[in-house]
Design a protein around this ligand. Sequence first.
Ligand code: NAD
Length: 231
Amino acid sequence: MDESIGHLPIDHIVILTGAGISAESGIKTFRDHNGLWENHPIEKVASPQGFVENPELVQNFYNLRRLQLKDVEPNKAHQAIADFQKDSKSKVTIITQNVDDLHERAGSENIIHIHGELRKIRHLETGEIKYFEGKIEKYNQSLWRPHIVWFGEQILNSYEIREALNSATLFLSIGTSGQVYPAAGFVNQLHSLGIPCIELNQEKTSDLFEHSFLGDATASVPTFFSQLRHQ
Ligand code: NAD
């Protein structure tokens, strides 16, 4: 990262993360794979219609994603955020579109999962949500579904998100393509209020970011937070 970040208002840093922050841990993104998520067309495995058409395929898909969590570890980008959260006086809120648990396992707190969590399942009739580590087997797949927000469904925790955005003094977007709404609209909202918005990604996704630090998250995120500590 050659560019200096200057002096940034860090009272309340709101960080939006996407699949790109977990890519170097070995969890694939989907925009980088022609709209396929682990070789499946996204609408087949991430939509209510897909679930109705082929519940077994969808349950197996999330069973595998859930099992995959046991083989991956948080990377330097997750760790840099968690370390900053621990050491700094700033309030830090993480809004993640990711359904993995790598922010939690890096030691972060104050994490809002807007698209659900692989390690939770939801009862189809009662709406009960519980932690779950294993596979949803065929015999109970008509009772429980992954606690994942599929395309066309309402995001989770909208009240907490609104509260966080309303008090943000700095907005960081890390490893997200900015194509999935409403998260993609956060930068419009905060930029129009004059809040500095910065992205760290392999590609530039919007002109609304004051700085776009391009590169791999495991390199750019630790460098960025190191600069923030010393600003
Ligand atoms: P996306 O797949 O649409 O975009 C990923 C972005 O990350 C791209 O802009 C890409 O350039 C960038 N990127 C890729 N590798 C990177 C790296 N090493 N360092 C920095 N940036 C990198 O992801 P999205 O915007 O999060 O939207 C996808 C949706 O799919 C999410 O909402 C999520 O629910 C779901 N998803 C989640 C996971 C996960 O939980 N880890 C993985 C895949 C998809």
